[in-house]
Design a protein around this ligand. Sequence first.
Ligand code: NAI
Length: 261
Amino acid sequence: MGVYAVTGSASGMGLEVVEKLRAQGNTVIGVDIREADVVADLSTSTGRASAISAVLDACGGRLDGAVLAAGLGPSPGKDRLQMIAEVNYLGVVELLEGWQPALAAAESAKVVVFSSNSTTTVPAVPARTLKAYRDRDIEKVLKSIRIFGKSAPAIAYAGSKIAVSRWVRRTAVTANWAGRGIRLNAIAPGAILTPLLEEQLSTPAEAKAIRSFPVPIGGFGDAGQLADWVIFMLSDAASFLCGSVVFVDGGSDAYFRADDW
Ligand code: NAI
């Protein structure tokens, strides 16, 4: 049995992962802004720093795996663009860089980052937005998306998920990660019925857009099923999986880009 850190542990897919890991007999250190072993606000640099050190203290310097599920959806709201950028991007890359020594100490750690199928289904995320994410320049991210008006949250969100997926792919194959036995991968869900999606469905315009979005198998995904994918990606069976982005989205990604990969 192992020791795992899970962000976004209080709700949705993160909570399902925590329950399944604990049911297997593992120790889980949950990180969230509320109701967690480590309460930290990942939208601030001090919150991210405290999440890094509190988990390192709690795990005793060795982590068998980590799941980065904390995230905000593309709903409107005060300071929402900045929170999306900081939680969805910096809340993944800074934490994983901070936890890397503990993951390396386990010698065969597995990490799953929550991406999204918005990476391939939302058009028009500007290259300068992605460069700003890569440079970790949140001011520039915000400046680059303001022109999108009401669509800015969708662009900030898709940008955060593209940027974090690229970071996963770039980082996974390096000597410090693959070379230290760490398997770093991402899962890219489609619309999964969680509080995040329910928040979007509560706005009529967003609900209409979501319900008319092409999902070949129809309906919404189930949080428990997505968590089962994550559990598999943390298992020994996934030891040869490295730098992959696994789409579990009812066929939307295939629908939009069957020949574009
Ligand atoms: P959720 O809203 O149920 O859970 C997200 C968790 O993140 C919550 O427990 C929340 O408290 C935490 N969180 C939010 N802001 C935080 C902050 N500042 N500091 C610390 N924790 C914070 O959402 P869900 O749907 O389970 O999402 C999990 C991941 O999956 C997210 O990264 C999301 O972007 C991604 N995703 C979700 C999809 C969906 O349709 N539900 C589709 C594609 C990706």
